[in-house]
Ligand binder design. Structure first.
Ligand code: SF4
Length: 227
């Protein structure tokens, strides 16, 4: 193993404008991971991957408008999702949503249907399987012992959308970890429109923005204990 790759700590970030990476730090992956970078390029040569990546970059480009005062962003993410799906020629979209965000899922469905898409949506609680089935104890139920509580069921969500042949799946507020399983089992490529954050109104970056002030407790050091 060579030097640890730590782009997140880089103070140069020249990779966006320099071809060689020579101006980056000594642990710059553009310089020391050339074998990986070259190997990955072959992946982009696969026609379906290349087209997806190409359209995503066109989508990125089209999200700015060059005004006299400078380049200005113009599309909210929900608009981008619809525009990108159209670029890819998708007709049938899937929505995997959290049971806590039914209004958002309904609104998104309307927005997409208004643009001509066929939309299939599945709630995370579909299947109504008791949480105890995966080893959750009565004490670990949010509603308390004795309550019936359906487990979030992201694999079922993915498989239902797979069975419906959706071409692109959109996540709406799935929990941390449940989203991971959905990504793993979905046949179609996915994008997240909403990521759950119960404190910050599904805007998790607010926690980072506030980590120097009101939420500086996020920056505390604590011993690593995975138990
Ligand atoms: S790729 Fe190189 S230049 Fe870019 S952020 Fe990482 S270390 Fe910095």
């Amino acid at each position: 193993m060579g030097e640890k790759i730590e782009c997140a700590k880089c103070t140069k970030i020249v990779c966006g404008t320099s071809r060689t990476g020579n101006q980056g730090p000594s642990n710059c992956p553009t310089g020391i991971k050339r074998d990986v970078i070259q190997r990955v390029l072959l992946e982009y040569d696969k026609p379906e991957v290349r087209e997806f990546a190409r359209q995503a970059s066109i989508q990125e480009f089209e999200c700015y408008i060059n005004l006299p005062e400078g380049w200005t962003p113009r599309n909210p993410r929900v608009e981008e999702v619809a525009q990108f799906a159209k670029k890819m020629g998708y007709k049938k979209l899937g929505i995997a949503f959290c049971g806590g965000l039914p209004d958002e899922a309904r609104t998104l469905t309307t927005i997409l249907e208004n643009r001509g898409f066929e939309v299939v949506s599945v709630c995370c609680k579909a299947g109504a399987i008791d949480k105890e089935r995966i080893g959750i104890t009565k004490e670990q139920k949010i509603g308390g012992p004795g309550s019936f509580e359906s487990m979030c069921n992201p694999i079922t969500q993915a498989e239902i959308l797979n069975s419906e042949g959706t071409e692109f799946n959109i996540l709406v507020g799935l929990c941390v970890g449940h989203d991971s399983l959905f990504f793993k089992y979905s046949h179609a490529l996915c994008t997240a429109l909403i990521v759950k954050d119960r404190v910050f109104g599904h805007n998790p970056v607010a926690g980072l923005y506030l980590s120097g002030t009101y939420y500086r407790k996020l920056m505390r050091k604590e011993p690593f204990d995975s138990s």
